[in-house]
Design a protein around this ligand. Sequence first.
Ligand code: NAD
Ligand code: DAU
Length: 352
Amino acid sequence: MTSKAIRDDAKVLVTGGCGFIGSNFVRFALENRPGWSIINLDCLSYSGNLENLTDIEDDPRYEFVKGDIRNMEDVEPLVKRCDAVIHFAAESHVDRSILDAGPFITSNVQGTQVMLDAVRRVKSDGGKAPVFFFVGTDEVYGSLPLDQPELMFTEETPIQPRGVYSASKAGADLLVQAYHETFGLDTRTTRCSNNFGPYQFPEKVIPLFVTNLIEGQQVPLYGDGLNVRDWLHVDDHCEAIIAVLEKGAAGSIYNVGGNNERTNLELTHLIIELMGKGKDMIRHVEDRLGHDRRYAIDPTRLKGEIGWQPTRSAWPEALEETVKWYVDHPDWWKRVKSGAYREYYEKQYAGR
Ligand code: NAD
Ligand code: DAU
């Protein structure tokens, strides 16, 4: 373990800070690291929503920049100004990657390459290159069978993605490791399991199912519903990122997970129960193509070396709190579902 890698008054560049995890991270970091200032670079793709951060948008420690990680002109001036880059920006939805691979390759692979090259340029120009933090996913390890519950992904598990989204994230992840080995960049990588919490775009299973039920619609459960995911509260993920940034070594890789495996059927039943609805609200639909059967993360390294523990992810309480957030924030998700959230940029930033 190294000494603290970044200063208490660090300038941190967050990419994708208008998405689900990025926006929760910006809020979490401003609250828990009062000395930090944060630049948020986001192109406001369909899942980027400025309304996720209205509560902190006037904080003098926060700056939003509309730009694309695929454009060096957007990226380089910001990278030069910061001590750390936390790279969330990506196309993140598996079902969309099945419909159209293109944006996943350009944003996830090429975008990460541009980010890494910008950091590399600072280093080769003799400046102090920022730490590059890659927010990766457990999906890069592929899929586990249901009949061997003892199997889990460790950091030594070979990378074996099975889908377009996971292959694009694996490409980015491997590039990060390559830039550390080849150019000596100070990189950190986490590979995290499924997150839940507020401000998640309602195409992912939890907000989709909760908001459908509020609207009196059935929930579309893929296949037999026995696929397993490991669920972690987004704030536990944010805490892990800060811990690895501050305490991890250059080039380190950590799995992040909640030891909270659930079948989709179990998840669906719990959501239905929390919403006071009946099982007749489940609509069994055709399975996702190439649907990974089970993800299971072993976070032993993170717990042992960094001392991180999830403290907000225990079910059913944590899921109930998240369900309640969507029930209590209809204005937020109705604007997202209707597309009205896209007007906010013009209203807030026109002429700036
Ligand atoms: P999200 O789709 O909610 O947010 C992605 C954000 O990135 C959006 O604000 C979008 O506008 C921005 N973005 C996309 N392409 C961009 C580009 N070319 N230039 C600039 N900005 C761009 O996704 P999320 O669920 O918050 O995931 C964030 C990161 O965490 C992703 O890298 C994802 O792979 C990873 N991750 C997610 C989970 C999960 O459960 N959601 C788990 C593990 C890892
Ligand atoms: O494991 C981490 C990954 O988790 C992240 O890297 C991804 O960015 C994130 O989107 C998530 O991927 P999943 O495919 O696991 O998430 P999603 O919410 O799309 O689906 C969760 C499970 O629910 C999955 O097994 C498919 C199922 N599902 C999903 C939807 C949207 C359904 O049964 N019906 C649905 O309508």
